[in-house]
Ligand binder design. Structure first.
Ligand SMILES: [Fe+2]
Length: 246
């Protein structure tokens, strides 16, 4: 049975609509959302309404948690853009999300099993660019799970890793944010996948082996880029349009 993995939508309603249409066209009913659904300078309320209506199994990302675990004055920029727009029912939905979901021999988390804000398959490399993590670093974060497939997001970078004598770990990439920079660090930490497409994955176990299709769905980002520019976020807009930062 096929399962579609979506993650890191970050309020990009247009990208979410494109991905859900692609999944629906393939007739895949099982869809898991790996979190970071609403934070960003785009359409948080439209994204929340769509996700709540679809009632997808969803885990809580670090950016979702940061919408309710601190006062507004202490929120980061990505949350401060949207917190006043969200309704009580939107926030109640966010607060209801679990850290981890398990279904059969599959485990779904946002970042790692123990930490919603730690990169797993990637790390910060030279020049503050995101790079792949080595085998030991990935194994060290595995813990005692007996899952044979683990799905995580957080790094916005699609990846499939098979651990020797361990599970297969899949990161579907980001539905709605193909490039970002963390300007709290000096130099800024930069991630960019180099294409504007909305990313997601389809996983399926056949003959005892987990297989994953890492997919890129073209869509029209112009409405979301306009919303980013209206908030003064030219870099966000450029990332949505090109997959690259300036
Ligand atoms: Fe994210």
């Amino acid at each position: 049975m096929k399962t579609a993995l979506i993650s890191d939508i970050h309020a990009n309603r247009s990208a979410l609509e494109a991905v859900l249409a692609d999944i629906d066209r393939r007739g895949i009913a099982n869809i898991i959302n790996l979190g970071d659904s609403l934070s960003g300078p785009l359409d948080a309320t439209g994204t929340a309404d769509l996700l709540i209506a679809r009632n997808l199994p969803t885990v809580c990302g670090n950016h979702d948690r940061q919408l309710y675990d601190r006062p507004k004055a202490d929120m980061g920029l990505w949350e401060s853009w949207i917190i006043d727009d969200l309704s009580p029912s939107h926030l109640a939905w966010i607060k209801s999300l679990p850290k981890i979901l398990t279904i059969d021999d599959m485990l779904f988390c946002h970042a790692t099993i123990d930490d919603d804000d730690e990169m797993w398959l990637h790390e910060m490399g030279p020049d503050a660019r995101m790079i792949s993590r080595d085998l030991t670093g990935i194994q060290d974060r595995l813990g005692a799970t007996e899952a044979t497939l683990i799905a995580c997001g957080h790094t916005h970078t699609p990846a499939l890793v098979r651990l020797p004598d361990g599970p297969t770990i899949v990161n579907p990439g980001s539905v709605g944010c193909p490039a970002f920079e963390d300007t709290r660090l000096d130099p800024p930490f930069i991630q960019q996948v180099g294409a504007p497409d909305a990313r997601y994955a389809i996983v399926e176990k056949t003959d005892g082996l987990w297989r994953a299709d890492l997919l890129a769905v073209p869509y029209d980002p112009s409405e979301m880029a306009s919303l980013a520019r209206a908030k003064g976020e030219a870099n966000w807009a450029r990332a949505l349009e090109t997959g690259w930062l300036a």
